[in-house]
Design a protein around this ligand. Structure first.
Ligand code: AMP
Ligand code: ZN
Length: 466
């Protein structure tokens, strides 16, 4: 039975989707003003694990991830760089997909961008204005928190004492609001040069929160199964999403709220503003593999904080190498026909333990323990030549099954045919002839990683398997 810790109820709730056999979720994705740091990727990988595990359980999954491509930092940075918002963000959107792919995350099914959904946001704001959940002030539009008595139900923050009553107006630095807690839905441009859209509600640009209400409801409906994001988003972002969406529709917005705990550095949250961050690229440059980074980021369950250290990352590198080694040894083992019952039971038990762990709010550390226990037992059996042909098939299948969720074993490399090796050697000779030594080295390295050694002799290139 799959259960999630649900921030809304404060309990660990059994997952019962709205539609039998289908599960939909919305994950608050990145703000593309810079390269993502590995804290962001801890959350993206947690969302990937959620997606993959729902599929493992047999659900047909719809996974939506937004891209915030207009907000203050993007505007400031793009103006500094002399680029349009689209030109500026496209650099980081391309980088995001490169990092996503390298880290073994499946791409979400729908990836709406804020700038492409302005009419949907305007429509939602119009509804909120019509129902008095929103008001205008200085050409901007604000959400009236006092109009939504359930405000605070997600974060459990009590606001009664803080809400100023009636029409008391509070001057904040630039805006004139009825209540300090009210937040902007639509911002009038502060200057001529600030990007803005012409809309029936006036010229302006959206506040951050409104995009997630508008885009999640557009693609998943007014009520949907799961909304996920980092723990920092509970308040105010998700609280505001609930106020906007439920204010407009009068229906429950989301049934399960899942929040991922942060990646920390020396006890502090990794973040751009603190400056204590590493991008995925920084870490790759230091020689760590993407697989080790993924393993490290998912090794602790999403509902616990994880502390970043290079030692831990080095440990993950060794662990991933040993798991891959284990699978290679298992698949290459010469086995006798038949089946060893004890190993067959071990495979079934590992799968059960894996599933029990993942069912419990996606507890990846229990799931990984099941993988490691199995690998230890099978390694011993391999050394004693106790693995039979049927076990070999069954065990490789179980590993594949684990990997549909974890994606840490990587693609199984099949042995190259002699003809494939020869054609790569020919291509390398051709590259050297045109003095493209970069390509020539790349081919040599590629062959070497597949266990093929080249030897340049005066009679041509010879090769042998390691
Ligand atoms: P942002 O690009 O800041 O909008 O964040 C994108 C996603 O990363 C959101 O779901 C955040 O909650 C999440 N996030 C930000 N910092 C961290 C961190 N240190 N650890 C885990 N997740 C984070
Ligand atoms: Zn969001």
């Amino acid at each position: 039975m799959l259960r999630f810790r649900n921030t809304l109820t404060g309990n660990v709730d059994e997952f019962r989707p709205m539609r039998e056999g289908e599960a939909s979720f919305y994950y608050c994705g990145p703000t593309v003003w810079n390269y993502g740091h590995i804290g962001n990727f801890r959350s993206a990988i947690a969302a990937d694990i959620l997606r993959r595990y729902l599929k493992f359980k047999g659900y047909k999954v719809t996974h939506v991830m937004n891209i915030t491509d207009v907000e203050d930092r993007i505007i400031a940075e793009s103006q500094k760089a002399g680029k349009s918002i689209d030109e500026y963000t496209s650099i980081y959107i391309d980088a995001l997909w490169e990092d996503f792919d390298a880290l073994g995350c499946e791409r979400p099914d729908i990836v709406p961008r804020a700038t492409r959904h302005i009419p949907e946001m305007v429509e939602l704001i119009e509804k909120l204005l019509a129902s008095d959940h929103a008001y205008r002030s200085d050409d901007s539009i604000y959400y009236r928190i006092g109009s939504f008595p359930e405000y605070g139900k997600l974060s459990k923050i009590k606001f009664e004492g803080n809400i100023a009553g009636g029409s008391d107006r509070i001057k904040t630095d630039r805006y004139d609001k009825e209540d300090v807690r009210d937040f902007a839905l639509w911002k009038a441009p502060a200057s001529e040069t600030e990007p803005a859209w012409d809309a029936p509600i006036g010229r302006g640009r959206p506040g951050w929160h409104i995009e997630c209400s508008a885009m999640s409801m557009k693609y998943l409906g007014e009520t949907f199964d799961i909304h996920a994001g980092g723990i920092d988003l509970v308040f105010p972002h998700h609280e505001n999403e609930i106020a906007q969406s439920e204010g407009a529709t009068g229906k429950p917005f989301v049934r399960y709220w899942i929040h991922f705990e942060h990646l920390k550095v020396d006890g502090e949250t990794m973040s751009k503003s603190k400056g204590n961050y590493y991008t995925f690229r920084d870490i790759k440059e230091k020689g760590f593999s993407a697989a080790a980074i993924r393993y490290f980021l998912l090794s602790v369950p999403h509902n616990k904080q994880l502390n970043f250290t290079f030692d831990a990352l080095a440990g993950a590198e060794k662990t991933v190498a040993s798991l891959r080694d284990f699978r290679a040894r298992l698949s290459e083992a010469k086995t006798e026909p038949g089946k060893n019952e004890k190993l067959s039971e071990a495979a079934a038990r590992a799968l059960r333990e894996f599933e029990a762990g993942m069912d419990d709010d996606l507890n990846t550390s229990i799931a990984l323990a099941a993988v490691h226990n199995l690998s230890r037992e099978v390694n011993t059996a391999l050394a004693r030549k106790q693995v039979k042909a049927e076990n070999q098939r069954e065990l490789l299948d179980v590993i594949d099954r684990f990997d549909t969720v974890l994606n840490i074993f990587g693609e199984q490399q099949r042995e190259m045919l002699d003809s494939e090796i020869q054609s790569l050697i020919d291509e390398r000779q051709e590259a050297r002839r045109r003095r493209d030594f970069g390509r020539a080295d790349e081919i040599r390295d590629d062959l070497s990683s597949r266990g093929i050694m080249l030897e340049d002799t005066k009679d041509g290139v010879r090769w042998k398997r390691k």
